[in-house]
Design a protein around this ligand. Structure first.
Ligand SMILES: [Mg+2]
Length: 308
């Protein structure tokens, strides 16, 4: 029951420098010295849509619920501060499920020094839904938006793409530290995290910036999982197709002036690979260029929730 879960949370969450008052009252109280601007983000994850609880350790689902929010703060080059958790539990087995979800989530919160300030828990005769809301601090370099790319900018990406359904979508490392390190050291024009697919999310960034982009097919870093998946499915889709369209890579796409991009790649400021995969152009749209100089329009492949 709910009161048992509150007792568990009070014991488990303990103290954090930002938490003046944690779980247990009607609302939590945060200490927020020196925070002039906040960013705020929310994600809702559902069993059978964002994971299959019957097939995984629920700790990984709890971890993912926080990680996708951290990825959004990374996309804004903002520092995570605190969060709250909304749970709608299936009635049967709900208590154990809640504890497992929280254990996965809290381990990642500790890793990123995020204060989990509390949450709300309901139950029903339906599948699990878990929602995390996070606030973050805008750093000196300001929030990184989707709208700052200009024609001529390079398209830089962290990491590699495709095949996340094989496990990466649960266990990925949100690029928070990478985003903060880059924003502190280089001039970034725009950024977005890849939640729905490299091509669709690049398209979103380009659209918000009022420009287009050309991707170099040969430059796109492809995850081994994309190759494995293409082989397993044997449906004619190539590893590159998976890299462009699969989604849930939770890597960063950044728009950076050409010279700055060269410097970033030469200086290798991150442990994870930074790759120049193309450039922004004045004409709206998205293209895929091959090594022979040919260029074809790229359809925006990726995941979209459907509703009327
Ligand atoms: Mg995002």
């Amino acid at each position: 029951v709910e009161s048992e879960l509150v007792d568990y949370l009070r014991r488990r969450i303990g103290s954090h420098r930002l938490l003046k008052l944690g779980p247990g009252d009607d609302a939590a109280v945060l200490r927020m010295a020196n925070v002039e601007e906040c960013v705020m983000t929310v994600d809702v994850l559902t069993d059978h849509v964002d994971f299959e609880l019957a097939e995984i350790d629920p700790k990984r689902a709890g971890r993912k619920a926080l990680a996708v929010n951290l990825s959004d703060l990374a996309a804004m080059a903002s520092e995570p501060l605190a969060g709250v958790v909304g749970l709608v539990l299936p009635k049967s087995g709900g208590m154990q499920l809640a504890v497992d979800l929280y254990e996965g989530l809290l381990a990642l919160a500790e890793e990123f020094d995020v204060a989990i300030a509390g949450g709300d828990t309901n139950s029903w005769d339906g599948p699990l839904a878990i929602s995390v809301t996070l606030i973050g601090r805008v750093t000196q370099s300001g929030p990184l938006l989707r709208s700052g790319a200009v024609p001529g900018d390079r398209v830089l990406v962290t990491g590699s793409f495709g095949g996340s359904i094989l496990g990466h979508h649960l266990d990925f490392q949100p690029r928070v530290n990478e985003a903060l390190a880059l924003a502190g050291r280089y001039r970034l024009h725009a950024g977005i995290d890849v939640s729905d697919g490299l091509s669709i999310d690049l398209g979103r960034l380009a659209t918000e910036s009022g420009c287009g982009a050309v991707l170099e097919a040969e430059a796109i870093p492809i995850r081994d999982d994309a190759r494995r998946l293409a082989k397993e499915l044997a449906d004619g889709s190539s590893p590159l197709d998976h890299a462009l369209g699969d989604g849930e890579d939770f890597e960063l796409i950044l728009a950076v002036a050409a010279e700055e991009a060269e410097r970033m790649i030469a200086e290798r400021p991150l442990e994870v690979e930074l790759t120049n995969v193309g450039r922004f152009v004045a004409r709206p749209g998205l293209w895929l260029a091959d090594s022979s100089g040919g260029r074809e329009p790229l359809s925006l492949r990726g995941y979209q929730h459907e509703f009327d």
